[in-house]
Every structure is written in structure tokens, then in C-alpha cells.
Design a protein around this ligand. Structure first.
Ligand SMILES: Cc1ncc(COP(=O)(O)O)c(C=O)c1O
Length: 364
């Protein structure tokens, strides 16, 4: 049997109690409100996590990329929704091959030429491909309203595609602060999606699904009668970034627990500092703040290179020696997870599982 202290560092740790509590909280919140739950797999890229979510009532799993979806399908995860468009001949051929073995997979589209190519490839393979129109809220997508209706008509005219709904993810809403502004932002964006769905259906084209939402907006989206399903991701793990968006009391966002940490070892102890074996290759670096040590209040982390980090021990509440292990909450969970081959699933200090992050690096 392996214990926390035996795990070679740096390593990704998952606190199973916190993880299960996060899943139960989100699933209960959505299911009670009659919303389907298709959490985003880009956060965890881990079939074991996807399975735990399905066991809790999720209808499937979103994937950011085709390659990620292929990995989830290889592991028997149903109900895949690929939230970015599949562009180019080779990828379209792979998408159609995936549709053959996982026929409930949904593909997002926002471009008429891409839609035509997808239909032609589906015709050649003799399959029907389910598509969702990606609506624009600042990144990819077609504008809600008449431009989306034009694309829906286009899809409806093609024999090998079926329109299943609207992909309506407003990424900027997720981290809007304060709480009330986040509410207003997501309600405004989702209203456009819901009006677009009505416009398409008035045209005689079925458009049953409106999916979107995030860890930051789920409370509001879940109250919105027009949303049929939600696709939050980060809530399974949480991170420092999400803690900072603020809750209804204006303070830290505490709807979910920090379940993910990175454990490092102190490898050198220059005067006043401790050097740990976790640097740019152990944590995400895309945020303007650094990993937070667990159980070392007053101690700050600074980058010290690819393989190292530097802890300033001036205000350390305890002695820190070479060989000590120090855990950190990462700044941003998704890109941190993508740095590791496995995560160690812990019940207390006992390793209950070593779960492959099977879709790690699968960005193609
Ligand atoms: C399309 C899409 N849906 C859902 C999510 C999940 O958002 P979060 O991790 O903020 O819950 C993301 C995250 O980037 C996303 O890109």
C-alpha cells in the first residue's frame, strides 16, 4: 500500500473526499433544477474522473478537442460533446470515424464551408453526424440571432447532419466579478441563445438543446428556464483563480473545495529560503499570481526556473528542512493537470488509485 509520503515529487494529488463532495454538490444542484449535466473534460482529461461524474448523474462529457474526445471514447465514456469546431480534411475524417463508433457524439460548428465538408464526409462514411451551433460570445462561434438561423437552415438542408442544439458558452462570464455582475453577464448572454433557439424553432427546425455555463455561472444558469444543460469543468478540482472570483458575500468563492494540490520536496535550503522541486513544469504559469502553499501561512512562492520554486521563509510558522514535502494549490487547474501523466487519488493519506491523465497533451 502506498501513502502520501511515498509519492515521488513533483506530483499531482487529488483529495477524494473534497472531489466527491464537489461532484455531489454540483450534481444535486443541477439535477434538482431539472438541468442535464455534461461536465467539461478539458479540466481533468482523465477517464476515471469522467466516470465518477457519470456515476453521479452526468449525461456525458465535453471535450475541448477531437483527440481528447477520442481518448474518452476509447475508455467508454458516452455522451461526448466536442466544444470546438473540427477543421480540415484529416480531422473531419477522424470526426466521422468517431461518430461511427460513438454515434451520440456532438460536434460544434460555426462555418458553412466546414458544415458542408462535414456533411460530405458523413455521406461517404454512411453515418449521420450530430451538430450544435457554436454561438459567439467573444471567441469562436456565429452571432446569435439571424446569422445562427442562417447556419441552422444550412444544416437542416444537409442529409447527413442533424442539428441538436446550441453551444452557448460565454467564457468571460465565468470569471466576471463581482457576483452580481457575473449574474447579469451570463443572463444577458444566455438570453441571446434562448431567443436564437426560439427563432430557429419558429422556422420549423428542431433545436432541442441549449448548453453552456461554467463553475462561475452555474448558479445563475441553473435557474434559467431556457438552459437545458450545463457544462462546468473546474468545480471538480478548483484552483486559486476560481477562489478569487468572489461569492455572494464578496469574499472568496467557496461553493466548491480545493481538491487538487501539487506536492513538492524541499531540495535545498539557502539562507532564508527553501527551494522546492516544482517550477514552471510543475504548475500553470498563465496567471499573475503564484501557487499557494498549503499549511504554511505567511510563506510565499516565487518561480525559480523550470524545475524549481523558491519559498520565502521570513514569516514561516515552522521550520522547513531539506526533504520536507510541501503541497500547493495551483493557480489554474486545467493547464496544471495537462503537465502530469497521472494523478494520485488520496483518501486521507492513503493512495486509493493512480489515475492516468489519458488525454494529457491530446490537443490535436
Ligand atoms: C466550452 C467550455 N465549456 C465549459 C467550460 C468549463 O468552464 P469552467 O472550467 O470555468 O467550469 C470551459 C472552460 O474553459 C469551456 O471552454
Amino acid at each position: 500500500m502506498q501513502f502520501r509520503g511515498d509519492i515521488p515529487t513533483p506530483a499531482l494529488l487529488l483529495d477524494l473526499d473534497a472531489f466527491e463532495s464537489n461532484i455531489t454538490a454540483m450534481a444535486a444542484h443541477l439535477l434538482v433544477r431539472g438541468k442535464a449535466f455534461r461536465p467539461h473534460g478539458k479540466t481533468h482529461k482523465c477517464p476515471e474522473v469522467a466516470r465518477a461524474l457519470i456515476n453521479a448523474g452526468a449525461i456525458g462529457c465535453c471535450a475541448a478537442r477531437l483527440a481528447e474526445a477520442e481518448v474518452f471514447a476509447d475508455h467508454g465514456i458516452p455522451g461526448l460533446l466536442i466544444t470546438t469546431a473540427v477543421i480540415g480534411r484529416d480531422k473531419i475524417a477522424r470526426a466521422v470515424a468517431l461518430a461511427k463508433r460513438a454515434p451520440d457524439t456532438i460536434y460544434c460548428v460555426d462555418d458553412p464551408d466546414n458544415v458542408r465538408e462535414l456533411n460530405a464526409a458523413a455521406a461517404r462514411a454512411g453515418v449521420n453526424v450530430r451538430v450544435a451551433i457554436d454561438l459567439y460570445f467573444g471567441r469562436t462561434g456565429v452571432l446569435p440571432g439571424p446569422p445562427a438561423l442562417a447556419l441552422a437552415r444550412n444544416i437542416a438542408s444537409l442529409a447527413h447532419l442533424t442539428l441538436v442544439g446550441l453551444q452557448s458558452y460565454d467564457g468571460d462570464a465565468a470569471h466576471t466579478t463581482p457576483f452580481e455582475a457575473r449574474w447579469a453577464r451570463t443572463d444577458g448572454s444566455m438570453a441571446k441563445a434562448i431567443e436564437t433557439r426560439a427563432l430557429i424553432e419558429r422556422d420549423g427546425i428542431p433545436c432541442p438543446m441549449v448548453t453552456g455555463g461554467s463553475t462561475g455561472t452555474y448558479r445563475f444558469d441553473a435557474e434559467n428556464p431556457g438552459m437545458t444543460e450545463l457544462q462546468p469543468g473546474s468545480f471538480v478540482f478548483m484552483d486559486l483563480d476560481y477562489g478569487r472570483i468572489g461569492g455572494p458575500d464578496g469574499r472568496e468563492y467557496r461553493d466548491f473545495k480545493n481538491a487538487l494540490t501539487v506536492v513538492t520536496t524541499v531540495v535545498s535550503r539557502p539562507h532564508g529560503f527553501a527551494i522546492v522541486d516544482g517550477g514552471y513544469k510543475a504548475f500553470s504559469t498563465d496567471r499573475p499570481f503564484t501557487p499557494k502553499p498549503v499549511d504554511l501561512p505567511g510563506v510565499t512562492y516565487g518561480w525559480a526556473g523550470d524545475e524549481h520554486g523558491r519559498l520565502n521563509l521570513t514569516d514561516s510558522p515552522r521550520e522547513v528542512k531539506v526533504g520536507h514535502r510541501i503541497e500547493f494549490i495551483p493557480p489554474h487547474c486545467d493547464p496544471t493537470v495537462n503537465l502530469y501523466d497521472h494523478l494520485y487519488a488520496l483518501r486521507g493519506d492513503r493512495v486509493e488509485g493512480v489515475w492516468p491523465i489519458a488525454a494529457r497533451g491530446k490537443s490535436q
